[in-house]
Structures are given as structure tokens and as C-alpha cells.
Design a protein around this ligand. Structure first.
Ligand code: SF4
Length: 362
């Protein structure tokens, strides 16, 4: 009981400080799908003054995966003798014509796994088949995928490979800072990503572009504190990257995870949904591990797919519109019948808005 009272007192103090410092409008973008969900779930927008605009950004890895990449893995999943191993969110993400769920109904072998270890286990138990893990995610998940490839090398598991569609956060932050359409003053930076990479790779946002950021945890109180920290920076005329989530994030990140990630992966250009190609914003598998690279192993063709007609996921991901401003939202597009990935993924902005706050946006 005492603990609850303490937490409430803290929340009240942050809200009072935010109220006091938010005399002028301030646009804050959260670059993490988990933050998007936490903000919606805790109705934080309703607790803030009207001058504070919380805008969701390209922080959901499933959502930012370009249609070309989706069509590419659907092509691969339809090949004979292939088992596609994927996390659950991907199974309903629509490509140009189909999704994995439909392919599975048509006979493709698609398995939902909960870790890369599950995917490796599938390969061990199905030596006559090729097991391909769909690698989607930011720096948070990449180290575990790298470990799976190293394990496959060590144990000589030749029928395992990864289709790497991984992305890294600093280049997309640079895009957000440079794009003239995007009106963001400051960022809630992703706690999980920065737990791996630290803050050095994103300091340029504050130093070069004058866009302060606070690396933030995922409780309502964390987010309120981070907003207060950003407003303090504005009041004091500072532009820095600060860490609110210091119970997990260290300035230098996790050097061991960085080492493993860099041993297996190298930066490559990558396409982001609604944004297009961003230089060096993806991760490809290094030559040394090419045997476990599905792109090389299956000589996968490059697809040039278009966005799903009517879906405005791209604008949602750039923070140009709120999900509720998409004409299809909650009418033709719902979590049960999603038109775009932002409504499929549990971290997607459209899904979060649908679930928690259809009417309330500011
Ligand atoms: Fe796309 Fe549906 Fe979101 Fe509209 S509501 S942007 S159609 S996912």
C-alpha cells in the first residue's frame, strides 16, 4: 500500500512539473513499439497537457519491414522442402498477394517459434529439410540471432539459415531528423535497443541536429519522468541524450552483445516501409557465415513490391498521421482483419490505438 502511495506521489510530481514546463507546444516521438503500447495502455496522453504531443515513430520491427522483404520471405516459404520458422506476429502480415498463414493453409511448412533456439532445434530434428529463421528486429534481438548462427557453425548444422531483415536504429533517427516533413522536437529513445548499443551511436541527434533524447523505460512512471527530463532540457537550453532507464541501460551498452552482433553481421542498405532505402540501416550476414545466410543459400530474387493500396502505415511510421486518421482504421482494417502490418503486430501503432484509444488523440 505504502509503495502504491509513493508511486502515485511520484507520478503526481512529474505531472505537475510537466504542466509547469509545457507552456509551449512540444512534439515528442517515441521510437519503440513497446513505448507506443505503454503510452496507449496507460492512457498517458490523457494525463498530459494539450501542448505535449506524443507521436509514434518507426519503432515496430514488423511494421517497418518493407513489402518487398515480405514478398521475398513468402516466396521462400513456398519452396519445397523448406520449413519457415518465425515469431507469431509475422504469420498474419500481408504481402502483395498472401500472408504466411494462407501459405500454411495451402501446404507450406510454417512454424511459430519462441526463440532462435527453437528454430535450431527444428533444424536438428529435421535433417532432410532446410529450416529458415525469419530474422526481423532491431539491435535488441540481433545478438541472439547471431548466437544461433555461431551455434550452427560450431555444431555443423548445415540445414539452418537466417533470412536477415534486421534493422538498426541510428540511421533511421538521422532520417527523422533530416526529413523536412517530420516535425519532431525531441525523442523518447528506445530502452531495449540502447541496452545493447549504449548512447554513443545516437548522440549525434542532440549534438548535430539539436534533437534531445531520453532513453526511457517502459513503465508509465518511466515515461512521465522522461518527458519531464526532456522539458527540463528545453527550459535549460540543453540538447543532450540522457538515460532515464539507468537500471538497465549503461552509456556504453552491452559490449559483449555488440561484439557477437558485429562478428556475424555487417551494415547493409535496407528499405523501410513508407520511408524507402536508408543507407547502412540494415544488417546482412558476413561472408564468413554465408553458409547460414538464406539470401545466398537460396539465391533469393529481389522483389520491388508496392504498398498495400489504401494503407497509410508509411505515414503512421513517420509520425505524419495518427492511426485514427487513416480512412481504413477500425472500418476496413481491424486486428481481426488487418490491411497493413501496423494493425497486425502487437507493437504496431494502429493495433495499439485500436485496442486502447480509438477516440483520443492529441
Ligand atoms: Fe494501414 Fe490499417 Fe493502419 Fe490504416 S489502420 S495505416 S490500413 S494498418
Amino acid at each position: 500500500m505504502k509503495k502504491n502511495e509513493e508511486l502515485r506521489a511520484k507520478a503526481d510530481a512529474y505531472r505537475a512539473e510537466i504542466q509547469d514546463l509545457a507552456q509551449r507546444p512540444y512534439n515528442i516521438m517515441e521510437v519503440c513499439g513497446t513505448h507506443t503500447v505503454a503510452i496507449a495502455k496507460n492512457a498517458l496522453r490523457d494525463l498530459l497537457p494539450d501542448t505535449i504531443h506524443l507521436i509514434s515513430g518507426p519503432g515496430c520491427p514488423v511494421c517497418v519491414t518493407d513489402n518487398s522483404d515480405i514478398d521475398r520471405f513468402l516466396y521462400l516459404a513456398a519452396q519445397p522442402n523448406v520449413i519457415t520458422a518465425t515469431f507469431g506476429d509475422m504469420i498474419r502480415v500481408p504481402g502483395t498477394k498472401k500472408d504466411l498463414q494462407t501459405l500454411r493453409a495451402e501446404g507450406a511448412d510454417v512454424r511459430i517459434v519462441y526463440s532462435t533456439q527453437d528454430a535450431l532445434e527444428l533444424a536438428r530434428h529435421n535433417p532432410g529439410k532446410e529450416v529458415v529463421f525469419l530474422g526481423i528486429g532491431f539491435e535488441t534481438t540481433v545478438p541472439t540471432v547471431a548466437v544461433s548462427i555461431k551455434t550452427a557453425q560450431k555444431e555443423n548444422i548445415a540445414n539452418y539459415s537466417v533470412l536477415s531483415m534486421h534493422k538498426v536504429v541510428p540511421p533511421v533517427l538521422r532520417f527523422l531528423a533530416e526529413d523536412k516533413e517530420i516535425m519532431v522536437d525531441a525523442f523518447l529513445d528506445p530502452g531495449h535497443v540502447c541496452a545493447v548499443i549504449g548512447i554513443e551511436p545516437i548522440k549525434f541527434m542532440a549534438e548535430k541536429y539539436g534533437k534531445p533524447g531520453v532513453v526511457t523505460g517502459f513503465e508509465a512512471l518511466d515515461i512521465l519522468e522522461a518527458i519531464a527530463m526532456l522539458l527540463r532540457q528545453r527550459k535549460e537550453g540543453r540538447s543532450e541524450i540522457e538515460i532515464q532507464y539507468n537500471r538497465v541501460v549503461k552509456a556504453k551498452g552491452n559490449p559483449h552483445a555488440q561484439l557477437i552482433m558485429n562478428q556475424v553481421f555487417e551494415p547493409v542498405d535496407a528499405s523501410w516501409r513508407g520511408i524507402g532505402l536508408i543507407s547502412q540501416s540494415g544488417l546482412g550476414i558476413r561472408e564468413e557465415y554465408s553458409q547460414w545466410d538464406a539470401i545466398r543459400k537460396f539465391s533469393l530474387p529481389v522483389f520491388h513490391s508496392k504498398e498495400t493500396p489504401g494503407c497509410r502505415c508509411g505515414d503512421v511510421l513517420k509520425g505524419l498521421i495518427y492511426p485514427t486518421q487513416c480512412p481504413l482504421f477500425a472500418k476496413h482494417c481491424t486486428p481481426m482483419k488487418p490491411v497493413g502490418p501496423c494493425m497486425v503486430s502487437s507493437e504496431g501503432s494502429c493495433a495499439a490505438y485500436y485496442r486502447y484509444l480509438q477516440g483520443s488523440v492529441k
